[in-house]
Design a binder for this molecule. Structure first.
Ligand code: ADP
Ligand code: ZN
Length: 748
């Protein structure tokens, strides 16, 4: 594909043209998808100088100017004289056919309108701005002679963001100082100020630098992945291996091969807090850091990444799920690390699963996919069993690290004082670690202080005013918080129901309360609590994690955040406070989630030389999931779980779609839900069944009543088409909402 490079002076900014695409002369009609929710493509006249398919354009819409992409010739079903003209073509490479195709197919799969899909593809500020010079700020090499608190904050901010660059505004805002403080530091040489083009290419990564010497099974896995990359064709590999087996090391070899071929690579991580460690490994392996794309980078950097990915100035991107929608020039490899992680499913707005969409995009752009996990999702496991994915197993931990000993602590025989959760056995084990300078992790998958606040006088439980959910006490924030809608309120002094004083009591454990108990039980130990809501920023959390890895704590108290692939070399004991927590509930994936989570947590332990121990407190030691975890028999677990799902005809052996209707009026949602259930003709035609309407498990969120229908179909049934025809039969008033969730992950 040829691209005319910007010629002439910077001030002219000729748009970047894609000669391979159909061209429209001035005045010809073009069809433009905008980012506005209009439900249809609009016709415009091509501007002076013409335009082409894929061009990013600015178009008039009513009194406004909005962004859009030229998708094809116009339909011409509108009065030509009244048709307005494209205002201008933006100075960015056109959207490639591959990405347009991906957005269309992903939209068709998730039943999402094109405008919403397009918005996913243009999430960077200032895309339309011409290239220009600007001043950027970095750390200088002089220490200021006189430190003030404000100056310290500026230098801290620069340190925190490593070698990312700031604009003056970003730096002063991040540090919370006025721009004159920054200017003062520039004068002293403590901060450097440079004129640069706004969006600089990233430093080239060097794939020829040597990697670590691989163990035989690692080397074999790397060869297989490299061969896939070399084929230049689509393919998906499930890279399975216990935590610490060297999956990252191995897939970095595939990345190296991809870079050598001159193609781009993308690594998706489920959690921003994991990026720091990954950046370091890329730096060690390739001599420079990759581009980043997630909510923890500055807007300036986001824009730079978006642009450089499209212009070829970024070879490797590490990012969150939305990085999948970046305008890559030639994407050859996508790694989805911790592929089983539920955060790959976006539960807001466009409901997509990044893991599945990765496979779709790769199949369109002839790229390889590597799904890496110690505990794959049943979906991926089944695809590998069916031969759709290649499977590679790394069976041993690298070096001498071995899987931890796993044991259950049968809580049925344990007598604990009220509001105590740590059994004597676990307590003794923790004490032993602390005494020998090792780390212990106490895990509970529940944020906050206590899940329930109850009035001891009347039994009233404090609930959310807008949702059918109990408020969770967060003592750290001194508030009650609804985990459904995020609403919070101060802890009341008297019971809101019977007005009794001093009778409100916290019931049940949360991570904050566990920390309190640990502080009492282990007064000498240094305790760190890791819960996503206890840190002001992702950066602060990241810093805490780095500190812990270096030994800044003896005991770590954490929620599922710690289960996600952090490497704590000193950690040799994991105590799971309530292994039964995930087993309750009606979620189809409850067993799978619990199994994965427990294995992940146990995998935190003993990652370096010392053997680790994982202890699980449970009231149901004979539960099949608990037994499978203890036996370490993954295949037995998956085979049993797969058998049950196949019998029930549910994913991955059947298909589900969730429909949620919501409105402030409960009667209205039930009426509409009932109507849909009756009009099930289009669904019956493909052999699908509809269940419901039923109140959703969380029947009220943010004051809206929610009703749920569930559609179940056979695996190969044309579900989307039938759903469309089905929904079309009813009219959804504008104040009501209907959202469709294909392959729902959570059933709230
Ligand atoms: P995983 O991604 O499977 O959890 P990693 O790739 O992070 O495993 O490897 C775990 C640890 O072992 C890391 O610190 C990594 O650097 C180290 N490691 C793995 N393989 C090798 C190797 N061949 N040589 C040296 N160190 C290795
Ligand atoms: Zn609420």
């Amino acid at each position: 594909m040829r691209e005319a490079l910007p010629h002439g002076g910077m001030s002219e900014n000729p748009p970047i043209r894609d000669d391979a695409q159909e061209f429209f002369d001035e005045g010809q009609l073009v069809g433009v998808w905008t980012t506005q929710p209009l439900g249809r493509r609009l016709d415009y006249k091509a501007p002076e100088g013409g335009c082409w398919i894929g061009a990013f354009v600015e178009v008039p819409l009513g009194p406004r100017k909005v962004m859009g992409v030229v998708w094809g010739p116009g339909k011409g079903d509108w009065d030509y004289a009244k048709t307005r003209k494209v205002i201008r073509v933006l100075y960015v490479p056109p959207m490639r056919a591959e990405l347009r195709d991906f957005l269309e197919k992903a939209g068709a799969y998730t039943l999402t309108d094109m405008e919403s899909m397009l918005r996913l593809g243009v999430r960077a500020p200032g895309l339309g701005d011409p290239p220009s010079m600007r001043k950027i700020y970095r750390k200088g090499d002089v220490e200021p002679d006189r430190m003030t608190e404000a100056r310290g904050r500026v230098l801290d901010a620069l340190d925190e963001y490593g070698d990312l660059s700031f604009t003056l505004k970003e730096l002063s805002e991040t540090a919370g100082v006025t721009s004159s403080v920054v200017k003062g530091l520039v004068k002293l040489g403590a901060v450097s100020e440079q004129d640069t083009p706004r969006d600089l290419p990233f430093v080239r990564l060097d794939p020829s630098l040597p990697g670590k010497e691989l163990a035989p099974d690692q080397a074999e896995a790397a060869e297989q992945l490299k061969a896939g990359v070399c084929s230049g064709a689509y393919g998906t590999t499930l890279l399975r291996g216990v935590t610490g087996s060297g999956k990252t090391e191995v897939y970095l070899e595939a990345v190296a091969e991809c870079l050598r071929k001159g193609r781009q690579a993308l690594v998706l991580l489920p959690e921003i807090a994991l990026t720091a460690a990954f950046l370091t490994r890329v730096l060690e392996r390739f001599g420079a850091k990759p581009a980043e794309w997630h909510s923890g980078v500055t807007m300036t950097e986001r824009r730079r990444t978006w642009k450089m990915v499209g212009q070829g100035g970024a070879q490797l991107v590490v990012g969150a799920r939305s990085a999948l929608f970046l305008p890559f020039r030639d994407l050859g490899l996508i790694v989805v690390d911790e592929e089983h992680d539920t955060s790959y499913k976006q539960e807001d707005g466009v409901l997509y699963n990044a893991r599945d969409m990765t496979v779709l995009r790769a199949s369109i752009c002839s790229a390889q996919v590597i799904l890496a996990s110690a505990t794959p999702s049943l979906e991926s496991w089944a695809n590998a069993e069916a031969g759709k994915y290649t499977r590679i197993d790394l069976t041993s931990r690298f070096g001498d690290a071995v899987m931890p000993d796993m044991r259950a602590i049968d809580m049925r025989g344990v007598k604990l004082a009220g509001n105590r959760w740590i059994s004597p056995v676990l307590k003794a084990e923790v004490e032993a670690r602390v005494a020998s300078g090792e780390q212990a992790l106490l895990f509970i998958n529940r944020r906050g202080y206590a899940p329930v606040t109850i009035c001891r006088a009347c039994g009233h439980q404090i609930g959310c005013d807008h949702c059918d959910a109990r408020m969770v006490e967060h003592r750290f924030q001194k508030r009650l918080v609804c985990h459904q809608c995020g609403e919070s309120k101060a802890l009341p002094e008297v019971c809101p129901s019977c007005e009794a004083e001093d009778r409100l009591a916290a019931v049940g454990p949360g991570v904050e309360r566990l920390a309190e108990e640990a502080a009492e039980l282990f007064p000498e130990a240094r305790i760190a609590t890791l819960s996503s809501d206890m840190y002001g920023s992702a950066r602060a959390l990241k810093a805490e994690i780095v500190g812990i890895a270096e030994g800044a704590a003896d005991i770590i108290i954490g929620t599922q955040l710690v289960a996600k692939g952090h490497n704590f070399p000193l950690l040799t004991l994991v105590g799971v406070i309530d292994a039964d927590l995930g087993l309750q509930g009606s979620d189809l994936r409850a067993a799978e989630r619990t199994f994965q989570l427990m294995r992940q947590v146990a995998g935190r332990s003993g990652r370096s030389e010392k053997k680790g121990t994982a202890l699980m407190q449970t009231y149901q030691p004979e539960h099949p999931v608990i037994r499978a975890i203890l036996a370490g028999d993954e295949n037995a677990f998956w085979t049993a779980e797969a058998g049950e799902r196949r019998m029930a005809g549910v994913p991955p052996y059947g298909r589900l779609a969730g429909i949620i209707l919501s409105s402030t009026d409960p009667q209205e949602v039930f009426d509409l839900g009932g109507e849909l259930a009756r009009l099930d003709g289009p669904l019956r035609q493909i052999g699908a069944q509809v269940f419901g309407p039923a109140p959703a498990p969380v029947a009220r969120v943010r004051g809206r009543h929610r009703v749920r229908l569930l559609v179940k179909a056979e695996k190969n049934a044309p579900l989307q088409r039938a759903l469309k025809a089905w929904i079309k039969q009813v009219k959804v008033p504008t104040h009501m909402r209907l959202s469709i969730d294909i392959d729902p992950q959570s059933f709230y």
